[in-house]
Design a protein around this ligand. Structure first.
Ligand SMILES: [Zn+2]
Length: 222
């Protein structure tokens, strides 16, 4: 296995843990696309806690295990990752967690609306959609994910299960996972104050424009 890619997967898993957008048991999986190949590196351990190099497998995008080990329970979620790489050539990293607040929405079978500006800035101006429940690893589960995700949207809630994030780079995938969890937590807290309020549609587009304008201006130092 390529040591550099293994280190990238381990580093990404560590950043997911540090972001706090994960359940206490650390359940989840991270994968990275292998550049120029129909393959991914995938965390085959059942938890990201205590993950080491032996917890990473090299898997072909058709699901074939190429290197490492893949327990049956993890094998069932491989297809969720490979489907994202197959469908979206721009996707370089997929992260799946049961981050607690976002998973509360998934369990309630409710999408997350655009309640915080960061969602609009990161491709979720229409909120985080929810894919209907299907048994883990089933054709039905995959079809439901594909039906829920529109082009350009980098995250989806998995009904009665958790969250799936997919983006160009590991940094962006970890960041979006954190933003989704933050929005879900804020919305649940806001329930005590009359409920969360969506940002008006035209202002969501403006939030993205402002973010892009700041981005193109580059970092300022004094
Ligand atoms: Zn899961």
């Amino acid at each position: 296995m390529d040591r550099n890619l293994v280190d990238q997967v381990l580093g990404t898993a560590a950043r997911v843990l540090a972001s706090g957008a994960i359940s206490a048991n650390g359940h989840g999986n991270v994968s990275l696309r292998v550049p120029g190949a129909e393959e991914m590196y995938f965390t085959s351990a059942s938890s990201l806690n205590g993950l080491g190099p032996d917890g990473i497998a090299r898997v072909a995008l058709d699901g074939t295990l190429l290197e490492g080990t893949l327990p049956p329970i993890q094998g069932a979620v491989v297809a969720m990752h490979t489907a994202m790489y197959h469908d979206r050539s721009d996707v370089g990293c997929v992260v799946h967690t049961h981050s607690p607040y976002a998973t509360a929405f998934a369990v309630a079978n409710r999408p997350i609306a655009c309640w915080i500006e960061a969602l609009a800035m990161f491709g979720l101006a229409d909120g985080v959609p929810i894919a209907a429940y299907g048994p883990r690893g089933s054709e039905q589960a995959l079809a439901n994910i594909r039906a829920a995700v529109r082009p350009g949207v980098p995250a989806v809630l998995l009904a009665n299960h958790g969250v799936l994030v997919f983006h160009r780079t590991p940094d962006l995938a970890v960041l979006v996972g954190g933003v989704v969890e933050e929005a879900a937590q804020a919305a649940i807290n806001a329930q005590a104050l009359g409920g969360p309020v969506e940002i008006p549609g035209d202002l969501r587009a403006a939030a993205l424009q402002r973010a892009m304008a700041f981005d193109s201006a580059g970092t300022k130092t004094a």
